[in-house]
Design a protein around this ligand. Structure first.
Ligand code: AMP
Ligand code: ZN
Length: 462
């Protein structure tokens, strides 16, 4: 069956075929690790997880690379402002390296809770400085760069197709960017490849380079790392929609200028999670909700949030509200109950081909997950025998990633946790709420998630 994906580059759905079938190279722009990921960021990572699972479901072998931005992403757009890592370090009184390590681990935990499959390769900007310097040298040799007092810049006027991804009007763009324009830049859209450490302030992260001590610009890392780890398997590059105008546009300009070849063929972008009133959720706005704050503290399983994201197509903004998430939690629990009932009744048999086709038609239509969920419900309400339904829904779960097989088997708990759980059950039955809460905290402090569901307490390792 054909797989149709919307390509931001051409502004249309196209049949996806990789450069070297059955292999697919997939690059996802990773987080800037100066703070926790918020549930908007995580929506984008669920989207790229679904993309990867759908590719796999279609028989492709996916090599997935995700970077960790641990240097060079500045607080202002267009190379102004402070390095986010350095400002995070100051905020918390730790070193930039400690901040990066701490929030990288926190990010990986969030991915795990959301059942997001780990990339084949994790890579860090600070581990690939030499590759980035080599790429900047190539650009320099080809005459695309110039020097200002604060760094080495890419001359966008020398790359004629600069707006081919964003489809922006270059004149309007120049006008808009003038507001915060660095007077030494030749063109408003030019961007830093290498920045010099400011003489007056001591930077924690800095390296020697042919141009002087400093650090790489944000965009160069993704060009260097995607080419380094994917070679010429540059099939799909994805991220959130905010990356279209600047980050991905600049990645394309510098990569294609350096190699003379098409960088990635498919560009895919997930729309934003917004909060009531239409405002985007952003770390810089300070209005952000983390997975542990907004979801787990409200006794909502992270997988219910994963399920919630399926209810809106990835190219449409998704509005977050406590009511919407509660409704999604109910929907998800309903699905789990349906599967549990089947599991109590039977073993999985053989999956139903017609339903598999319907499901794949939905996923292959540019990852139409709302439609895919409708197929799941149609299957469960159908007259098919329970063993067939069960096998088919398990098959779908390779894409859904809702861990449906875990529904009734549960995980064996270590003895100390099991006795805490028992104590908490007693406390609840005797309405000793304070004791129950402190036992919950104790279980959670040992690395388990405690959830009170209509079916009773659920305790599991995230
Ligand atoms: P950052 O850590 O800021 O580099 O962002 C990580 C990813 O989250 C990027 O792909 C962004 O495009 C994406 N992103 C940022 N804000 C949102 C949001 N409110 N909703 C969805 N994705 C977002
Ligand atoms: Zn990137």
């Amino acid at each position: 069956m054909e797989l149709q994906l919307y390509n931001t580059m051409t502004r249309q759905k196209e049949v996806f075929t990789p450069i070297k079938p059955p292999h697919v190279g997939l690059y996802t722009c990773g987080p800037t690790v100066y703070n926790f990921a918020h549930i908007g960021n995580l929506r984008t990572y669920v989207f790229s997880d679904i993309l990867k699972r759908v590719l796999t479901y279609n028989g492709f072998k996916v090599k997935h690379v995700m970077n960790i931005t641990d240097v060079g992403h500045l607080t202002g757009d267009r190379d102004m402002g402070e390095d986010k890592l350095e400002s995070g370090a100051r905020r918390e009184g730790k070193s930039a390296w400690e901040i990066a390590e701490y929030y990288t681990q926190a990010f990986k935990k969030d991915l795990k809770k959301l059942n997001i499959i780990e990339p084949t390769i994790w890579c860090k900007a600070t581990d690939t400085i030499d590759d980035q310097i080599a790429l900047i040298r190539t650009l320099e040799e080809k005459g695309y760069t110039y020097r200002t007092s604060d760094g080495i810049y890419f001359d966008t006027a020398k790359f004629p197709d600069y707006t081919k991804l964003s489809h922006q009007d270059l004149d309007a763009l120049k006008e808009g960017a003038r507001v915060e324009r660095n007077p030494e830049k030749r063109n408003a859209t030019d961007f830093a490849l290498w920045k010099f450490s400011p003489p007056e302030a001591h930077r924690q992260m800095e390296w020697d380079s042919p141009w002087g001590v400093g650090f790489p610009g944000w965009h160069i890392e993704c060009s260097a790392m995607s080419m380094k780890y994917l070679g010429d398997m540059l099939d799909i590059h994805c991220g959130g929609t905010d990356h279209i105008d600047v980050h991905h546009t600049n990645e394309i300009a510098q990569s294609e200028a350096a190699t003379g070849k098409t960088f990635f063929r498919f560009w895919m972008h997930g729309a934003f999670l917004i909060i009531a009133g239409g405002k985007k959720m952003a770390k810089s706005e300070g209005n952000f909700l983390t997975l542990s704050k907004s979801i787990e503290e409200n006794r909502i399983d992270p997988l219910a949030y994963r399920f919630a994201t399926f209810q809106t197509h990835y190219r449409k903004p998704m509005e977050f509200s406590p009511d919407a998430i509660a409704a999604a939690q109910n929907g998800w629990q309903h699905l789990r109950n349906q599967v549990r009932t089947l599991m109590d009744a039977t073993e999985p048999g053989r999956a139903d081909v017609d339903y598999q086709t319907k499901f794949q038609q939905a996923t292959n239509n540019d990852l139409n997950m709302p439609q895919a969920l409708a197929v799941v419900q149609e299957l469960l309400k159908s007259d098919l025998s329970p063993d067939v339904k069960l096998a088919t829904v398990f098959d779908f779960d390779q894409v859904l990633g809702l861990d449906l097989k875990q529904t009734s088997t549960g995980q064996a708990l270590p003895d100390d946790i099991a006795s805490l759980v028992e104590a908490r059950q007693n406390a609840r039955e005797t309405k000793q709420w304070a004791l129950s809460d402190s036992l919950r905290d104790e279980i959670q402090s040992k690395g388990f998630v405690v959830q009170d569901t209509p079916q009773g307490m659920k305790v599991y390792k995230p």
